[in-house]
Design a protein around this ligand. Structure first.
Ligand SMILES: [Zn+2]
Length: 398
C-alpha cells in the first residue's frame, strides 16, 4: 500500500503519453510494478494490463486516478484509444457496416461507389488485436530518463514516423513500453522521407489540436482520419474490373512509392489485417498519393480529391468583375413559411459554408444525445451531407 488517497509525489503525464506509460512511471516512483499499483487503487491488472488500459481503462479507474493525482478525467481519457471516440473511430465496439461507413463515404483517388461492397465482420479502423504494436521513436526514448515514457500514437498503426525527430518508428523487440534492449544497445535511427513526415505530422495535429491543415482548407480530425483510411482503401482494393484511368492512377502511385501495385498482394484484406510490412508499404503509398495530389502530378477521381489540390500561386485578372454571390434575404417576408424540408435544406446549405451555422445545426442534432453512439450518428450524418466539421474544436485538455 503506497498511500490511502492522494499520491504525494508523481510525475505529470507528458503530451500524447499512453495511460499505461504514465502509470508505469508512477509505479516506478514508489518502486513497485503496474500490478501492485493496480492493487493499491483497487483494480486487478492482468498480464495484458498495459494494452487493456491503453485501449479502454477499466470502469471507474479514471475516477480513482483523478482523485489520486488531480489530473482531469478529460485529460486522462485522451491517453487511451477510447478517448478517440467518435473522431478516430466511431465506436470501440464493432458495429455492422462500420467498414463501409468509415472507409467508403469519402472518395479521393477512385470515383465514389466503384469498389465492391465489403462486409468485414467485427472490423474497427486502425485496430486489430487487443495487443497494440510495440513501436517507438528511438530518439524520443534516448532523450528521456528511464522509465521512458511512450506515446499512445506509437501503438496505433496510423503513423510510422516521428515528425519531431524525422525518423521511422522502430520495434524495440520487447514488450510494449520496455526499452531495456535499447538501453544496452541504442538503435541507429533511420531518417524518414519528407512525404511520410508530412503525413504523420498531420495525423499528430489531428490528435493534438483536433484539426489538420490541407492546401485548400483545414479539416476536422474526424474527417482527416477517414480521408486517410479512404486513400488506403483505394490503394488496397483490387484494380481488376476498374476503368483504365483508375488502374493507371493506382499503378502510378504504387510505382512512385517504389513497390508493386497493392504491394503484390493476391488477396484483399483490410489494412488492419495486413502483415506489418504490407501495412508499412501501404501507408507509404498513401503518403506518396497525397504528395502527388498536392504537387499536381496526379488528379484524384474522387469527390474529395479537391482537398489535396494545390492552391494556384496567383490568379491574374482580365479585368472582368468577379461574379456577385447570390443574395439571400436574412429573414423570410412576414407571412411566408418554409416547409420542414425546405427549412432543413436551407440549414444544411448554410452549414456547408458557414461554421457558425454548422455549429448550431450540430448542437441541435446532438441535443440531449450524450453517448458516443448517438454523437457518432450525428457526425456520420454531417459527413454524408458534406458539412465540414471544422467548427468543432477540441478543448485544450482533451
Ligand atoms: Zn521522436
Amino acid at each position: 500500500m503506497i498511500g490511502p488517497r492522494r499520491w504525494p509525489a508523481h510525475p505529470a503525464p507528458i503530451p500524447g503519453e499512453a495511460l499505461s506509460s504514465w502509470l508505469h512511471r508512477i509505479a516506478a516512483c514508489y518502486g513497485i510494478d503496474l500490478t501492485l499499483l493496480g492493487d493499491d487503487i483497487g483494480f486487478t491488472l492482468g498480464r495484458s494490463a498495459a494494452d487493456d488500459i491503453d485501449m479502454v481503462p477499466p470502469s471507474g479507474m479514471i475516477d480513482v486516478l483523478t482523485e489520486r493525482t488531480g489530473v482531469t478525467v478529460d485529460r486522462m481519457r485522451q491517453m487511451s484509444v477510447d478517448g478517440g471516440v467518435p473522431w478516430l473511430l466511431d465506436t470501440l465496439e464493432p458495429v455492422p457496416d462500420c467498414f463501409e461507413t468509415y472507409a467508403r463515404q469519402l472518395s479521393v483517388l477512385r470515383p465514389p461507389g466503384t469498389q465492391n461492397t465489403r462486409d468485414v465482420p467485427r472490423w474497427r479502423p486502425w485496430l486489430l488485436s487487443p495487443h497494440l504494436p510495440t513501436r517507438a521513436c528511438p530518439e524520443c526514448v534516448a532523450a528521456s530518463p528511464s522509465p521512458h515514457p511512450y506515446l499512445l500514437l506509437w501503438a496505433i498503426p496510423i503513423v510510422s514516423s516521428c515528425p519531431v525527430h524525422g525518423c521511422w518508428l522502430e520495434d524495440p523487440l520487447t514488450a510494449r513500453g520496455y526499452f531495456g534492449m535499447w538501453e544496452l544497445e541504442p538503435p541507429t535511427s533511420r531518417p524518414a522521407p519528407e512525404h511520410i513526415l508530412t503525413l504523420d505530422q498531420r495525423t499528430h495535429d489531428a490528435f493534438t489540436i483536433g484539426q489538420v491543415e490541407l492546401p485548400r482548407r483545414n479539416v476536422h480530425a474526424g474527417i482527416w482520419f477517414r480521408l486517410l483510411r479512404t486513400i488506403i482503401d483505394e490503394l488496397s482494393c483490387p484494380i481488376s474490373g476498374s476503368r483504365k484511368v483508375v488502374t493507371d492512377l493506382i499503378r502510378q502511385v504504387w510505382a512512385q512509392a517504389g513497390y508493386r501495385t497493392r504491394d503484390g498482394q493476391a488477396f484483399w484484406y483490410p489494412y488492419e489485417q495486413q502483415p506489418e510490412p504490407v501495412q508499412r508499404h501501404t501507408m507509404e503509398a498513401a503518403a506518396t498519393a497525397v504528395m502527388l495530389l498536392e504537387n499536381g502530378s496526379i488528379t484524384g477521381l474522387g469527390n474529395d480529391s479537391d482537398l489535396f489540390r494545390p492552391v494556384p500561386d496567383s490568379v491574374i485578372s482580365d479585368g472582368t468583375p468577379p461574379p456577385q454571390p447570390p443574395t439571400r434575404a436574412p429573414f423570410l417576408p412576414i407571412g411566408e413559411r418554409l416547409s420542414l424540408r425546405e427549412a432543413f435544406t436551407a440549414a444544411v446549405e448554410d452549414a456547408r459554408v458557414n461554421p457558425a451555422g454548422a455549429r448550431t445545426l450540430f448542437n441541435f442534432a446532438a441535443y440531449k444525445h450524450n453517448d458516443a453512439d448517438q454523437i457518432h450518428d450525428v457526425v456520420n450524418a454531417f459527413i454524408e451531407l458534406a458539412i465540414p466539421l471544422d467548427f468543432h474544436r477540441t478543448t485544450p485538455n482533451r
